[in-house]
Every structure is written in structure tokens, then in C-alpha cells.
Design a protein around this ligand. Structure first.
Ligand SMILES: C[S@@+](CC[C@H](N)C(=O)[O-])C[C@H]1O[C@@H](n2cnc3c(N)ncnc32)[C@H](O)[C@@H]1O
Length: 392
């Protein structure tokens, strides 16, 4: 089966998590998309729920020479829709996305031709259009394309035009509800966007979901609540702040009820630099965490902030090493100040792991830091996030 994964705003992060979840084999680069070739069928819906960096998963239906005329392409598309589109009540609803066809690809003209073709087969259809060449997940979702019809995605590969049919879109409503609708927030300390938390958890590449996952700087509990939804059962969040632990408990309770889960994470007030006094050695399977990133304001004396954080991280990492089981991973995001000031805590015992498989690290759209790490930032941010994966 051949699939195409349409990637989010930080495509290199998306690829890192896809490779971690699906394995590197059968993954190919295709412009800013990833082609996935697998023998077995992919469970697109459940996969989509756990991938923070993928916008759409589509199955490749067919390909034709790129110079094939419109009438013929319309016939092919109509056949795909007849065979594969979902049918609700009323008209079949379909949309066409140009995901890199190149040249003049007139989706509306093609759409009209497809409608005519469908009419000859006795099917009345409605074409969904948008101002963008590519329909967003929101447009696909709002128009119920996946339950009342289909979205077809077109892209060029070599001298061929590929046609793919969308199987799943990012659950944007759910993600936004978990981000902005959670009962306890801490805008002062900062909270991870759920998508970023998912990508970090996926990069831990845990195979045994009954192992314990710990977030030692749990804040409002984003990593723990996302891990609850991803199948982890043994979850622990610790934080120095009483408020953080209270917030995490409230948010975990909310997620448990909202999704009807029977998972009960534990939360404790603990200093990350003294965790080895609390947890027995080698009892934690995975650590995923966004630690204290430094003061939100007053970044005037960067050197002093760096020195403070390096000391904190060095001590915390020493404790993590003691409590992690052999082969366990610590996945963290560290701050990069103004996009150039990196932290260098002591890492003597750890084995650093590259997030991105080698075969993807030289692509034109992949921007790695000088030390080959992935960076996450939005325009205007002073503190960027660097993905660090360490293995014991
Ligand atoms: C950036 S916030 C984490 C936010 C969290 N990822 C979320 O999405 O809600 C950092 C957290 O580290 C905690 N913290 C700072 N120093 C600590 C220490 N020495 N041990 C444990 N937690 C600490 C703070 O209380 C804060 O909640």
C-alpha cells in the first residue's frame, strides 16, 4: 500500500516522529511530503490521532503521465469517487487539492469535468473549493468530505501526476480543545502545544506502553495528558511547584473524563535534581520533558541564564540517568536563546540520538542546528526549542 503524508509547519519534526513510529523502511522523501510504502494497511485514523506533525494521510490511488488531458483525468477521478468515496445522504461532496502539481492545474475546471462524468453515472455531486490551492484540514472537516464524499490530492512526481485520496485529517478541533479548553493553564510558566508534546513522545520510540513514562517538569501536564491518549498506562508527573502538580491533576482528570479513559497518572511535588532519592534505580522506562526554560522576561544577561540552566540540567540529567532503565530514552526540548545561544550541560554518560534518519537529513527543507538537532520556533519568538534525545 502506498500513502502520502502531508506534513505540518515543522516538516523535519514530522518526519522524525513518523520514522520513529512507523520505522525508517518504506519511507521516501517527496518534496515536502513523505511517501510511505508498507505491505500492510495503515490504520490511518488511529495513526493520525497520535501524530502531532501530520496534517493529512492519503492513499495513492493511481498515477498518469503529467501531460494526460483533462477529460481523461476527470474520468479517472470520477471512477475513483464512484468506487471509493463515502456516501452520506444527498449529494456526493468532493474537493480537489493541488499539493504541488506545478504548471497550470485548474482544480475548478477539473472539478466541473468530474461533476459531468459523475452525472453520466447518475450521481449528483457538489464540488468544494477554497481560495487556497490545497484544501485545509478545516475545510475538509467542515464540509464533511470524508463522510459524505472524498478529497482527492494531486501532486507531481517525476513525469507523472499522482492522485491520492485522503483517509484522515488532523483532528484540529480536538487538539484545539485540549490546548485552549483545559481547565488549568499556566501562561506564565508556559505550556507546550499538544502537537509538540505528541511529537516529543513519539520520538521516545517506546515499544512497550506498560513501561513507566515520567515528566519531571510536568507544569500543566501536557506531556502526561497526551501520553494518556497515546496508550501509555503508567504515567508519572513531577514538578517543584505545588500549583503545577495541582494543575496537572486537574487537566489529567479532565482528559480522563472527556475521553472515557481508565488511566490514572500519579503526580508528586519533587525537585528534578533529587529524583534519584525518590525513584528506585532503573525503574523508569522513558522520560519526556520540557524543563524550566529560563525567565520569560529579562533575557538581558544570557550568560547568567545559561549558567543557571546548565547547572540545573546537568544535575537533573544525572538523576534521570540513575532512574532510567538501560536503553531508556530521555526526550527533552532545551531553549536556544535568540536562535544562536545553545545550552551545553554535561552529557558524559549519555548516548545522543539523532532525531532524523540520515537519509532525510540533507533535504533542502530540513534545517538542522550546527549540532544536527531539530529546532522548533515561530516567527518573533526569542526562545526557540531544540529537540534533544538521549539514550542510556
Ligand atoms: C516550561 S514549564 C513546563 C510546562 C509543561 N511542559 C506544560 O506543557 O505544561 C517548566 C516547569 O518546570 C518546573 N521546575 C522548575 N525548576 C524545577 C526543578 N528544579 N524541579 C522540578 N520542576 C521544576 C516549573 O515549576 C515549571 O512548571
Amino acid at each position: 500500500m502506498d500513502y502520502i503524508f502531508i506534513l505540518g509547519t515543522h516538516p523535519a519534526w514530522s518526519v522524525a516522529e513518523i520514522a520513529s513510529v512507523l520505522g525508517e523502511s518504506g519511507l521516501y522523501w517527496e518534496n515536502e511530503r513523505i511517501l510511505v510504502k508498507k505491505d500492510a494497511e495503515i490504520a490511518a485514523d488511529s495513526l493520525m490521532k497520535r501524530l502531532g506533525g501530520t496534517l493529512k494521510i492519503a492513499q495513492i490511488e493511481t498515477f498518469v503521465p503529467a501531460d494526460t488531458n483533462f477529460a481523461k483525468i476527470a474520468k479517472i477521478c470520477a471512477d475513483i469517487l464512484v468506487k471509493k468515496a463515502a456516501r452520506g445522504e444527498g449529494k456526493l461532496v468532493f474537493g480537489l487539492s493541488d499539493n504541488g502539481v506545478g504548471g497550470r492545474f485548474a482544480a475548478d475546471k477539473l472539478g466541473l469535468n468530474i461533476k459531468k462524468e459523475l452525472k453520466t453515472k447518475g450521481i449528483s455531486a457538489r464540488l468544494v473549493t477554497s481560495r487556497d490551492k490545497e484544501l485545509s484540514s478545516v475545510v475538509v472537516g467542515q464540509n464533511k468530505l470524508l463522510s459524505k464524499g472524498a478529497e482527492l490530492i494531486f501532486f507531481r512526481h517525476g513525469s507523472d501526476l499522482f492522485v491520492a485520496r485522503t483517509l484522515a485529517i488532523q483532528p484540529y478541533k480536538d487538539l484545539s480543545r485540549r490546548d485552549f479548553g483545559r481547565p488549568s493553564r499556566d501562561d506564565h510558566s508556559g505550556m507546550l502545544p499538544p502537537k509538540l508534546a505528541q511529537m516529543m513522545i513519539n520520538c521516545a520510540a517506546t515499544r512497550n506502553f506498560s513501561d513507566t513514562l515520567l515528566d519531571p517538569f510536568c507544569g500543566s501536564g501536557t506531556i502526561i495528558t497526551e501520553a494518556m491518549l497515546m496508550g501509555y498506562r503508567q504515567l508519572i508527573g513531577t514538578d517543584l511547584s505545588e500549583k503545577a502538580v495541582k494543575d496537572s491533576r486537574a487537566n489529567a482528570e479532565w482528559v480522563r473524563e472527556l475521553y472515557g479513559l481508565d488511566i490514572h497518572p500519579k503526580f508528586h511535588i519533587k525537585n528534578a535534581t533529587r529524583l534519584a532519592q525518590f525513584f528506585k534505580p532503573k525503574t523508569i522506562g522513558t522520560i519526556v520533558s520540557e524543563p524550566y526554560l529560563g525567565p520569560q522576561r529579562g533575557l538581558d544577561n544570557i550568560e547568567a541564564v545559561k549558567t543557571e540552566l546548565q547547572a540545573l540540567y546537568t544535575q537533573a540529567l544525572d538523576n534521570f540517568y540513575q532512574i532510567l532503565s538501560p536503553g531508556g530514552r530521555a526526550v527533552m526540548v532545551w531553549p536556544v536563546f535568540f536562535g544562536r545561544e545553545f545550552l551545553k550541560p554535561a552529557l558524559d554518560k549519555w548516548k545522543p540520538v539523532k532525531a532524523l534518519p540520515e537519509k532525510f537529513s540533507h533535504l533542502p527543507w530540513v534545517k538542522l542546528s550546527y549540532r544536527d538537532t531539530l529546532i522548533y520556533h515561530r516567527a518573533g519568538q526569542r526562545v526557540w526549542r531544540e529537540l534533544i534525545i538521549l539514550e542510556k
